[in-house]
Design a protein around this ligand. Sequence first.
Ligand SMILES: [Zn+2]
Ligand SMILES: [Zn+2]
Length: 253
Amino acid sequence: MKLTVLGSTAGAPSRSNPASGYLIEHGDVSIWMDAGTGTFMELAERVDPGTLDAVVISHTHADHCSDLFGLYGYLAFGPSGDVPVKVFVPRGSAEHLEAFARATDEHIFNMVLDIEEVSPSDSVTVGDVEIRFGEAIHPVPALVTRVEADGVSLVYSGDTGPGGDLIEMATGVDVLLCEASINGIRDERTYPYHLTAIEAGEAAAWGGVDRLILTHIGALMEPQQSLDEAAGAFPGSVAYAAQGTVFEIEGRE
Ligand SMILES: [Zn+2]
Ligand SMILES: [Zn+2]
């Protein structure tokens, strides 16, 4: 399984790093996981967006979903592709996305995109890739996503605070791609709907994962500080999801 970082900035995209978006490829299956601001162009440089097998949106904050409308334009108004493309979104999110496109049932938005709402504990298959969803702790419905195929597994936290299904879902996986939006030690004033880098490291340690990849780090933050903080809590391999990086994920021996 191959994970390509299309973008990994929290909130606002920067010129050198779009917001959250990842391309997962396994065999002939390609999945766009989060469509954050600026990631559609990065996706289109690597695959023909018209050949995507599925899109997974962790939640409908703009830094995770705004470029879905780039794919919509591509499919609806040319160059087009193999439609409809399946899009998995958290419960309650389809109406929200349709409202932005002013889409009714017969609208072209719903002809080129097949939006399916999923809930924590749901699982779906895309080709021979199994995707399972869990609850993330965030102000809007949000998902933790577990992707598995041929014994290789990855969990993506999406945006989440402490709690929810992250650690249960990450248990034993090869890679935990985890948000680390906050530096330092949590206290009572710390925002409850994102993780600190230390908490990302703890999740990796408690889950017994093989590798931790930190993402959703703000443009004004220093990734090395986040790596150092996470490494204090997790003795395994810790990497930063730098824009453009390709991670080859292999099962454990
Ligand atoms: Zn975010
Ligand atoms: Zn968010």
